[in-house]
Design a protein around this ligand. Structure first.
Ligand code: NAD
Ligand code: TYD
Length: 332
C-alpha cells in the first residue's frame, strides 16, 4: 500500500485529486492535510466519508510538529496547499507568504529529515509572468507579477534547491488555469456561471481580452500521476490544456449555455498588475507521452452543467463568508 500525504486536499484541485486517485488505484492510502481556510471545504469530500483509505486531518502545513509526524509516515508528498487567489493576494499578501513559501519550507524540511520517495510541488504557469509572444518553456526566467505568483515562484525554487542541495526527490509542475467541479466561486468560471444562473452581473476586468490556457482539473491531476511515474527528479514540467481563450470567449460560452443575455456583462476596473496572457509550451511532458484528454468545448459545458446540478454546493459558500467579500469588491 503506497502512502500519500496530500496537502490542500479539501480545495478545488486537491479534492478532485484525492477522489480520482482513490478511484484509479486500489493500492494507495491518502492522508489529507488541509487547514480548511475559506477555500477549503469538507463538502468537496462528502462522497469519501467512510472510505478507509482516506484520512482527513485539519491542520496547517506550517505546523512543524504535525508535518513532521505526517511526513514520517508518507511515501509520496504532494503539496497542493496554498493561498491561491490573485485578487486576495493584492488585497492582503501576508497569508500567501506564510503558507505558500514558509509552509512549503516546512514540508521540504520534514521530507529531507525522513526521506520520501517523491515530493511533488504543485507550482503554476503564473510564475513565468505574462507573454504576448512565444509560450514559456521550463527554463525561461521567472517574472511573477502578483504577490500570489511571486510566493509560488519562491516555493517552486525552494523545492528545487532542496533537490540540488539535499537530494530531496522533488518534481515541480507548472500548470495552466484549471476548470471543473468544486472550484471556489471567486475564480472566473464558477463566479460567472453561478452569477449568471442568478441573473447577477459578470464583472469583466478591463477589456476582457486577457488570455488564459484552460485545462480540465482531471487532466491536470492525471499529469501529476503521470509525472510521479515518468518524471525525472529535479525537473520542472509545464502542464497545459492547449485551450487559450480570452475572458470574453469564456463569458460568451457561459451565457450561451445558460441561455442568459449579454446585458449581464459588466466591464469593471482592471485588476492591478493584470497579466495579459499565460501560455506554456508543453513539449517536455508531451515527449514523455502525456496529453490532456478533455476536449474543451465539451469539458466546459459539462462543468457548467455541474454547477447547475449542484446549486447546494455553491449556495452554501456564496451565502456566507464569500458574500461579504464579494459585496466589498463589487457591490459598492
Ligand atoms: P484552492 O484555493 O481551491 O485550495 C487550496 C487548499 O489549500 C484549500 O483547501 C485550503 O484550505 C488549503 N490551505 C490553504 N492554506 C493552508 C495551509 N496553511 N495548510 C494547509 N492547507 C492549507 O486552490 P486550488 O485552485 O485547488 O489550487 C491548488 C494548488 O494548485 C495551489 O498550489 C495552486 O497554486 C496550484 N494551481 C492552481 C491552478 C488553478 O487554476 N486553480 C493552476 C495551477 C496551479
Ligand atoms: P482567475 O480565475 O482569478 O484566475 P487567474 O487570475 O489566476 O488566472 O481569473 C482568470 C481571468 O479572469 C483573469 O484574467 C482575471 C479575469 N477575471 C475577471 O475578469 N473577472 C472576475 O471576476 C475574475 C474573478 C477574474
Amino acid at each position: 500500500m503506497k502512502k500519500y500525504l496530500v496537502t490542500g486536499g479539501a480545495g478545488f484541485i486537491g479534492s478532485n485529486y484525492v477522489r480520482n486517485l482513490l478511484e484509479k488505484e486500489q493500492d494507495v492510502s491518502i492522508t489529507n492535510l488541509d487547514k480548511l481556510t475559506y477555500a477549503g471545504n469538507l463538502d468537496n469530500l462528502k462522497d469519501l466519508e467512510g472510505n478507509s483509505r482516506h484520512k482527513f486531518i485539519k491542520g496547517d502545513i506550517g505546523d512543524e510538529s504535525l508535518v513532521d509526524e505526517l511526513v514520517r509516515e508518507a511515501d509520496i508528498v504532494i503539496n497542493f496547499a496554498a493561498e491561491s487567489h490573485v485578487d486576495r493576494s493584492i488585497g492582503s499578501p501576508d497569508d500567501f507568504i506564510t503558507t505558500d513559501i514558509f509552509g512549503t519550507f516546512v514540508l521540504l524540511e520534514a521530507s529531507r529529515k525522513h526521506g520520501v520517495e517523491k515530493f511533488i510541488q504543485i507550482s503554476t504557469d503564473e510564475v513565468y509572468g505574462s507573454t504576448e509572444g512565444a509560450s514559456f518553456v521550463e527554463n525561461d526566467p521567472l517574472m511573477p507579477s502578483s504577490p500570489y505568483s511571486a510566493s509560488k515562484a519562491g516555493a517552486d525554487r525552494l523545492a528545487y534547491s532542496y533537490f540540488v542541495t539535499y537530494d530531496v526527490p522533488v518534481i515541480i509542475t507548472r500548470c495552466s488555469n484549471n476548470y471543473g467541479p468544486f472550484q471556489y466561486p471567486e475564480k472566473l468560471i464558477p463566479l460567472f456561471v453561478t452569477n449568471a444562473m442568478d441573473d447577477k452581473q459578470l464583472p469583466i476586468y478591463g477589456d476582457g481580452l486577457n488570455v488564459r490556457d484552460w485545462i480540465h482539473v482531471v487532466d491536470h491531476n492525471d499529469a501529476v500521476d503521470f509525472l510521479i511515474e515518468k518524471g525525472t527528479l529535479g525537473e520542472v514540467y509545464n502542464i497545459g490544456g492547449g485551450n487559450e481563450r480570452t475572458n470574453l470567449d469564456i463569458t460568451a460560452i457561459i451565457l450561451e449555455k445558460l441561455g442568459k443575455p449579454e446585458s449581464l456583462k459588466n466591464y469593471v476596473e482592471d485588476r492591478l498588475g493584470h497579466d495579459r496572457r499565460y501560455s506554456v509550451n508543453c513539449s517536455k511532458i508531451n515527449a514523455l507521452g502525456w496529453q490532456p484528454k478533455h476536449e474543451f468545448t465539451e469539458g466546459i459545458r459539462e462543468t457548467i452543467q455541474w454547477y447547475e446540478d449542484n446549486r447546494w454546493w455553491w449556495e452554501r459558500i456564496k451565502s456566507g463568508e464569500y458574500l461579504e467579500y464579494y459585496k466589498a469588491q463589487y457591490e459598492k
